[in-house]
Design a protein around this ligand. Structure first.
Ligand SMILES: *Cc1c(COP(=O)(O)O)cnc(C)c1O
Length: 495
C-alpha cells in the first residue's frame, strides 16, 4: 500500500550513512582521534588528551542551569547599580537577534549578500544620531570606554589635520573614572577640575582651567552628563562655547543617556562627539561577560576620522567603505558586536521616539522617588534634585555605629537585592549610588527603601550582624584582591 502522508521511509537510518567506509548498522560514536595517531596535525598535535570533563548531557545541562541560578541577574531582582543602568532586557530583542538570517551570517560575507544586516546597522546608526542630535555614527567600539578612546583619537586626528597637536583635556572630578583613563590611553593628559559646591561644572571654573592650561595646549573637555552625582549639567552651552573659543573640542560621556533621551540632545548643547552604551540605555545585556557595545556619535566635522569600514548608501544598495584615508582605522574586529545592534534596533523600533522619552521620564521619576524617600535616612550628595540616579552618603550612620558603606551593601544581598554602586563617585564620602531605572514598580522601590531602613536599624541595634553580612548567600565575603591577582581560570575536577 502507498502511504498517503507523503512521508517516505526509504531513507537508510541515519547511522548507516556515516563517513566513507563506515557502512553498516554500527551505532558506535565516531572515534575522533584524541592524540592524532595518524599524524594529520604534525607538530601541532596534542601529545596528551585535552583534559576536558567527561560528563553526560543532563549533567552538563544541570551544571549550567545551576550556575545560572547562583548568578544574580536583572531577570530575578532589582539591580540598582548606579552609573550602570541595569534595566530590563526585553525578550523580543533575543528573538530578533536569534533570527537565523542574522545569527548565521558570516562576517566576511560579500556586501551584496549582507544587505539586511547592513541595513540594520545603517538604521540603528541613524536612530542613535537622531536621539543625540549628532550628524554621524560608528557602531564599532565594543564598550563605553572603547567609545571614549575612539572619540578622543578622532579629536586628535581632527586637530592634527589642522596642523595642531594640543595634549591637555579638562576632566571634571564629577566625570566617570574611565574618562581620565581614556585620555592617558589616547596619549593625552587629563587635567582635573575640582568639584564645585553644588556639584555642577560652572563656566568660571572652565575659563580658569583654560587660562591655566594655555589655549594653545587645550585639546578639549570630557564631560559626563548627567554627571556622576546624578545631576544635569545646566551650564553646558556656556561651557562648550568657552572650550570651542579656545580651539578645543568637547567629548560627551553619554553613558547616562537614559536620563535625557527624547528630552534633550547633546548635539544641541555643543558636544562634538560622544558615546552611548547600548548595554545600558538600549537594553542589550550587561554584565556576565556579555559583549558590550559603545557606538560613537559625532558632528560632521569629525566624520572623516571615524573608524573604518563605514556603511555607506550608494543609492543602489549599502556597502562597507574601506578606503577612508583620514580614518583612525579599525578599533574592533569586523563590524563590532553585531548581535547587540539587532537587540538595540529592536528596542528602538518597539519604543519609538515617544516610548524612549517616556522611559526617560519614568527612570527619572523612579530615582527622584527614592531620593524623596531616603534623604531623611541618609545624607544626599547634592541638594539639587537628581536625574536617573540618587547618590547618598552614609556618613552619619558610619559615625554613630561603625558600620561601613560596604557592610550596608553586603547586608542588602541578604534582603534579596543587588547592592548599589559604593564608594563612587570618589568626591562623595561613603557613597551609595542607586539607579533604579524605569523597569521597577513602586512596590519594588518601596521594598528596597524598607530594606535600607531596616539595615539602618540593625546597624544601631546589632552592628555585628551588618558587619559580617551577607549571611544568606552561597558565599560570604570574598577575597576580591586575591581573586584578581590569582584567578583560577581553568576547569579542574575539584571545582
Ligand atoms: C559605564 C560607564 C562608562 C564605561 O562604559 P563601559 O561600557 O563599562 O566601558 C563610562 N562612563 C559612564 C558615565 C558610565 O556609566
Amino acid at each position: 500500500m502507498t502511504a498517503t502522508t507523503g512521508l517516505s521511509f526509504d531513507e537508510p537510518p541515519i547511522f548507516e550513512r556515516g563517513a566513507p567506509g563506515r557502512t553498516g548498522a554500527s551505532l558506535a560514536p565516531l572515534d575522533v582521534p584524541r592524540v592524532d595517531p595518524a599524524g594529520h596535525f604534525g607538530p601541532l598535535a596534542r601529545r596528551t588528551p585535552a583534559g576536558l570533563p567527561e560528563v553526560s548531557e543532563p549533567e552538563a545541562f544541570r551544571h549550567f542551569v545551576r550556575l545560572s541560578q547562583w548568578n544574580f541577574c536583572i531577570d530575578s531582582q532589582l539591580y540598582p547599580l548606579g552609573s550602570c543602568t541595569m534595566k530590563y532586557n526585553p525578550k523580543i530583542n533575543e528573538w530578533a537577534a536569534r533570527l537565523p538570517a542574522f545569527a548565521n551570517l558570516h562576517p566576511l560575507m560579500p556586501d551584496e549578500l549582507a544587505q539586511g544586516s547592513l541595513e540594520v546597522m545603517h538604521r540603528l546608526g541613524r536612530a542613535l544620531a537622531v536621539v543625540t542630535g549628532m550628524d554621524g555614527s560608528s557602531l564599532q567600539p565594543a564598550a563605553g570606554a572603547q567609545g571614549e578612546l575612539t572619540g578622543l583619537l578622532m579629536i586628535r586626528a581632527c586637530q592634527r589635520a589642522d596642523g595642531r597637536a594640543p595634549r591637555k583635556v579638562l576632566v571634571p572630578e564629577s566625570a566617570h573614572g574611565t574618562n581620565p583613563a581614556s585620555c592617558t590611553l589616547a596619549g593625552l593628559e587629563a587635567v582635573s577640575i575640582p568639584r564645585s559646591a553644588d556639584g555642577l561644572l560652572h563656566p568660571e571654573q572652565v575659563a580658569r582651567a583654560i587660562a591655566e592650561v594655555g589655549a594653545g595646549e587645550l585639546c578639549g573637555l570630557m564631560i559626563t552628563n548627567p554627571n556622576t552625582l546624578g545631576l544635569f549639567e545646566t551650564h553646558l552651552p556656556a561651557v562648550t562655547e568657552l572650550v570651542h573659543e579656545a580651539g578645543g573640542l568637547v567629548y560627551g560621556d553619554g553613558a547616562n543617556t537614559n536620563a535625557i533621551m527624547g528630552r534633550v540632545r547633546p548635539g544641541d548643547l555643543g558636544i562634538d562627539v560622544l558615546h552611548l552604551n547600548l548595554h545600558k540605555t538600549f537594553t542589550t545585556p550587561h554584565g556576565g561577560g556579555c559583549p558590550g557595545s559603545g557606538p560613537v556619535l559625532f558632528k560632521a566635522r569629525l566624520a572623516p576620522f571615524q573608524p573604518s569600514p563605514v556603511v555607506v548608501d550608494t543609492g543602489s544598495g549599502l556597502r562597507l567603505e574601506r578606503d577612508r584615508p583620514q580614518s583612525i582605522g579599525r578599533v574592533r574586529a569586523f563590524q563590532g558586536n553585531f548581535g547587540m545592534f539587532i537587540r538595540a534596533y529592536a528596542y528602538v523600533c518597539e519604543m519609538g521616539g515617544e516610548g524612549l522619552a517616556l522611559a526617560t521620564s519614568l527612570a527619572v521619576l523612579n530615582a527622584r522617588y527614592l531620593w524623596s524617600q531616603l534623604r531623611g535616612d541618609f545624607e544626599v550628595a547634592s541638594s539639587l534634585p537628581c536625574m536617573h540616579e540618587v547618590v547618598l552618603s552614609d556618613e552619619r550612620v558610619q559615625a554613630e555605629t561603625g558600620v561601613k558603606t560596604l557592610d550596608i551593601a553586603k547586608r542588602l544581598l541578604d534582603y534579596g537585592f543587588h547592592a548599589p554602586t559604593v564608594y563612587f563617585p570618589l568626591v562623595v564620602h561613603g557613597a551609595l549610588m542607586i539607579e533604579p531605572t524605569e523597569s521597577e514598580t513602586k512596590q519594588t522601590l518601596d521594598e528596597f527603601v524598607a530594606a535600607l531602613r531596616s539595615i539602618l536599624k540593625e546597624a544601631h541595634a546589632e552592628p555585628e550582624l551588618v558587619k559580617t553580612a551577607p549571611h544568606k548567600t552561597r558565599v560570604g565575603r570574598l577575597d576580591e584582591a586575591r581573586a584578581a591577582r590569582k584567578p583560577r581560570l581553568r576547569w579542574t575536577r575539584e571545582t
